[in-house]
Design a protein around this ligand. Structure first.
Ligand SMILES: O=c1[nH]c(=O)c2ncn([C@@H]3O[C@H](COP(=O)(O)OP(=O)(O)OP(=O)(O)O)[C@@H](O)[C@H]3O)c2[nH]1
Ligand SMILES: [Mg+2]
Length: 237
């Protein structure tokens, strides 16, 4: 391909993490920008997630700059397990499972942690269960006995080319902040623990910010910048 605006297709595969929550298959279309100077072939990359908010943010982040070459995103849901351990190991294994389940050549998955420094990084990858059981007030209560309310949001993507003998490649992004009593935006429903995470240097929680601001400083934005850089290099002539 010689066109600077040639496209890379990203299929987004929705994965239901809870077998009890059967999610309706959904297909989305979006575009993912990369540097307009890049010359790329047209591979299909499947982004596997069961989380519609992640998918929405990934789409928004990758479409934020219209001056860059668009990538196309579609989505579909299937089932994948929740895993335990180190975030990089979790996301690598998630990626291997996703590749196997979907038989897709190019696969992208993501895992998100919320880490409290006073608790040496916990809940970390287990935030999904802590948030589900304890909610915003319970997560605040976990830090009640500590002066240190600092925390960081960590987003880790794993990408696999699907080639035999290759291992998933990991890309991480972290945003520092602190845990605060919940503060919501008056508009719309908040994403998960966004109302209790106030990023450093801001006086708003992720939930109070407009989406453009969150998407320009978030853990997901920082990790996706590395994914995009890698894909651009991999598929440039
Ligand atoms: O307030 C939030 N702001 C965010 O930016 C954010 N990113 C993820 N999360 C939540 O943190 C847990 C991660 O678990 P997680 O990575 O396993 O995700 P998931 O199971 O929902 O989807 P997936 O594993 O199918 O991709 C889940 O409860 C997610 O809803 C967020 N909450
Ligand atoms: Mg999950």
């Amino acid at each position: 391909m010689t066109s600077p605006r040639s496209q890379v297709l990203l299929s987004t595969c929705f994965v239901s993490s809870f077998t009890s929550k059967v999610l309706t298959p959904k297909y989305l279309s979006s575009t993912i920008p990369c540097p307009s100077s890049a010359r790329m072939s047209v591979p299909a990359v499947t982004f596997v997630t069961g989380n519609k908010n992640k998918l929405r943010e990934v789409s928004q982040i990758l479409n934020a700059d219209s001056s860059q070459t668009p990538f196309t995103i579609t989505s579909q849901k299937v089932d994948l397990p929740e895993l335990q351990g180190d975030p990089d190991d979790i996301v690598r294994e998630k990626c291997r499972i996703a590749v196997g389940e979907r038989s897709r050549a190019l696969t992208l998955v993501e895992d998100t942690c919320l880490c409290f420094n006073a608790l040496k990084g916990l809940p970390g990858p287990y935030i999904k269960w802590f948030w589900d059981r304890l909610g915003h007030d319970g997560l605040n209560q976990m830090l009640a006995g500590f002066d240190d309310k600092s925390a960081y949001a960590l987003c880790t993507f794993a990408y696999s080319s699907g080639k035999a003998g290759t291992e998933p490649i990991v890309f991480s992004g972290a945003t520092e902040g602190k845990i605060v009593p919940p503060r919501h935006s008056p508009n719309g429903k908040a994403f998960g623990w966004d109302p209790i995470f106030e990023p450093a240097g801001f006086d708003q929680t992720f939930a109070e910010m407009d989406k453009e601001t969150k998407n320009s400083i978030s853990h997901r934005f920082k990790a996706l910048a590395k994914v995009r850089e890698h894909l651009t290099k991999e598929f440039s002539d």
